[in-house]
Design a protein around this ligand. Structure first.
Ligand SMILES: Cc1ncc(COP(=O)(O)O)c(C=O)c1O
Length: 395
């Protein structure tokens, strides 16, 4: 069958590919420690599930307005005011089917063919593909462990060209956990504002950090006419399967995105919207508890990884991933031949040590592997033991 040309430029998500391979091996009876997944292992908070049950009982099972119910839109505005000091009206927010769908819809509504969008590498796997699908050109700024994987204003400035229209920031970042300080955000934001850039902030890990900082939108209020805030209930409230993300932006963009959504998914699931509203406005203790547990697990991971010779790991500031540089293992020999890349290393670890990690190539960081610590401590300990053993066996 003939497929559309636009698909040629798009790769499947590497994280989901690795998770699928791990699941397939498990089905064959293999014991796999899966540190590839990007989702909290906690259950959705009880009051959120109760809100969904209540929505069902009340018969809220029909179409809702395309961009979400008034109840959810109001909950989003309340959240943005409470957590981020950002004031948005109902007309300036909308819900979509997960943060990924919010980003996709925003990109489709914003970019024309050839528009350049600056983003730092390492980046979340889906950004370049989603940008390419929108016809945009990703302008990638390499960052390094030495600078904590944070892009400086000088690096941003050097990347700007006549076709640059937007800057995409994700702090804390997947995969590095890098988080910008308020000063850094202010400098980057002011430069973006001076150049008239659209700034898209992907705040999906904002609650999962030990060092919360003010939002870019409050630090650089002049950005507001060009600011696109994307967030989701997936990670903060352990609700990855519910598929609710949201966008706050000038009403003009929200209207355009709503038109697109009306011709694609229509509204996100009605029951999930009720649950998301409860998550955003209800008790927030579960978020704090989860973030606290992640901090403990991070300490465990760092201690374990730093004990492995030749693996170089910097301490992330947020999210729930560690992203060690594994390049010193490239060139060593395993049972299937020489390990030449992070992809080879991940394959070796999965097949011969039963541990699933994601290779760095698809994050724009081919020297690295990503390990998620969104798993129980016993699982992490077993994963670290397998990793240390397997890496020690390469020669
Ligand atoms: C940086 C980043 N943005 C957005 C998303 C999308 O999340 P969701 O679509 O589950 O809300 C993810 C998920 O892994 C992510 O890591």
């Amino acid at each position: 069958m003939k497929l559309a040309t636009r698909l040629r430029a798009v790769k499947p998500s590497a994280t989901f590919a690795m998770a699928a391979e791990a699941a397939a091996l498990r089905q064959q009876g293999r014991d796999i420690v899966d540190l590839s997944v990007g989702e909290p292992d906690f259950d959705t908070p009880e009051h959120v599930k109760a809100a969904a049950r209540e929505a069902l009982a009340r018969g809220l099972t029909k179409y809702t307005p395309v961009g979400g119910t008034d109840q959810l839109k109001d909950a989003i505005t309340v959240k943005l005011g409470r957590d981020n000091g950002l004031e948005y009206a109902r007309t300036e927010v909308m819900a979509s089917c997960g943060g990924k769908h919010s980003l996709y819809t925003a990109f489709q509504a914003l970019f024309d063919p050839g528009d350049e969008v600056v983003l730092p590498a390492p980046y979340w796997v889906s950004y370049p593909d989603m940008l390419v699908l929108a016809g945009a050109v990703p302008r990638i700024v390499e960052t390094s462990a030495a600078s904590g994987f944070r892009m400086s204003a000088a690096e941003l400035e050097a990347a700007l060209g006549p076709r640059t229209v937007a800057l995409l920031l994700n702090s804390p970042s997947n995969p590095t956990g890098a988080a910008y300080s308020a000063d850094e955000l202010r400098t980057l934001g002011r430069l973006a504002a001076e150049r008239g850039l659209i700034v898209i902030t992907d705040d999906i890990y904002e609650r999962l950090t030990a060092h919360p900082v003010a939002h870019l939108g409050t630090l650089v209020p002049e950005l507001r006419p060009n600011l696109v805030v994307v967030n989701s209930v997936s990670k903060s409230y352990a609700m990855t399967g519910w598929r609710i993300g949201y966008t706050a932006a000038p009403a003009e963009l929200i209207r355009a995105m709503t038109v697109l959504q009306s011709q694609t998914t229509t509204n996100p699931t009605s029951i999930a919207q009720a649950a998301a509203a409860a998550a955003l406005t209800g008790p927030q203790e579960s978020v704090e508890a989860m973030a606290g547990e992640f901090a403990g697990r991070l300490a465990l991971m760092i201690e374990g990884l730093r004990a492995i010779p030749d693996l170089r790991t910097i301490v992330p500031q947020g999210a729930f991933y560690v992203f060690p540089d594994a390049s010193r293992f490239f060139g060593r020999r395993g049972p299937d031949g020489t390990i030449a890349s992070a992809a080879d290393l991940a394959t070796y670890l999965l097949r011969h040590a039963g541990i699933a990690v994601v290779p760095g190539e698809s994050f724009g960081a081919p020297a690295h592997i990503r390990l998620s610590y969104a798993a129980a401590r016993a699982v992490l300990e077993e994963g670290l033991a397998r990793l240390a053993h397997a890496l020690g066996r390469l020669d």
